[in-house]
Design a protein around this ligand. Structure first.
Ligand code: SF4
Ligand code: SF4
Length: 273
């Protein structure tokens, strides 16, 4: 069985994957695998962009989204006459002839990965470039184009580690995707430590973050800019303790919450002991 691995931490948002998908499918008829993708309105591969944090502690997360080639595919379940089927290699394909007029196939997909082609009166989506695989390619165009190794494709047995460590999109739906995500964005807390009287940042301060629900804690130290970051942490309430030689230890508890969003706690001032 084939599967995709998408490492969100490696994606830089260059959108090469989107562009080559268009290059491969717009105006090209790969029947019986796929009819031509229209110029606009369909994104068989799309890179979602999410701005996180507050200025100046801001990052952008890029998450490539595509058909998840579900083993328990809702689109297949509603399709009549076998209009959506799963190949022996696991790729889910829309039959361009049988799927004519079956708009309900589009609505059945919980990932927004199926599109309606008004002109051709048919549902369409990512095929995993099955026409190329059948022609000897080892990976689809998007994977081939990703220079950052954020997209991988291959046999399930070669991805045992990724299967164990990765996550699925919307696992609660039990669609059993064939796309595994690594490093899906969790929350972050960023901030800086400074001596406001001297108007200097404090380098090398020890910052401890304690999860108030679980009691678990983690440590980091401030960098050359006095900044600290805790990345990929759960959404929770926290306390921050800051220690630095020659300064009084400071604990910050109020409003240190990532329940709603990523957090820039701003400047934590330390005072000389
Ligand atoms: Fe991300 Fe790779 Fe797509 Fe570029 S080609 S947007 S790095 S997945
Ligand atoms: Fe079907 Fe959507 Fe699953 Fe793809 S992601 S197989 S279109 S239900």
């Amino acid at each position: 069985m084939k599967m995709f691995v998408i490492d969100v931490a490696k994606c830089v948002g260059c959108r090469s994957c989107e562009i080559v998908c268009k290059d491969e499918h717009v105006d090209n008829d790969w029947s019986p695998i796929a009819l031509p993708q229209p110029d606009t309105g369909q994104h068989w591969m799309t890179v979602k962009e999410k701005e996180r944090g507050q200025v100046p502690k801001v990052t952008v997360a890029y998450t490539p989204i595509m058909c998840q080639h579900c083993k328990n595919a809702p689109c297949m379940a509603v399709a009549k006459d076998g209009a959506v089927y799963r190949r022996e290699d696991g790729l889910v394909i829309v039959d361009p002839v049988k799927a004519k007029g079956q708009k309900e196939i589009v609505e059945a997909c919980p990932y927004g990965a199926m599109f309606w082609n008004e002109e051709l009166d048919v549902a369409q989506k990512c095929t995993g470039c099955a026409h190329l695989l059948d022609d000897g390619w080892t990976v689809p165009r998007c994977v081939d184009a990703c220079a950052h190794d954020a997209l991988r494709f291959g046999d399930e047995e070669d991805f045992a580690e990724e299967l164990a460590a990765g996550e699925l999109l919307k696992p609660e739906l039990n669609t059993q995707p064939s796309v595994i995500y690594l490093n899906l964005p969790k929350r972050f807390i960023g901030g800086e430590v400074a001596d406001l009287e001297k108007e200097e940042v404090i380098i090398g301060a020890k910052v401890t973050l304690t999860n108030l629900e679980t009691g678990e804690s983690m440590e980091t130290t401030t960098d050359w800019f006095g900044d600290f970051w805790f990345k990929q942490i759960p959404a929770a309430e926290y306390a921050i303790t800051v220690e630095a030689e020659g300064y009084r230890t400071r604990e910050v508890k109020d409003f240190v919450s990532t329940v709603e969003k990523d957090l820039n706690v701003g400047t934590i001032a330390l005072y000389e002991a």
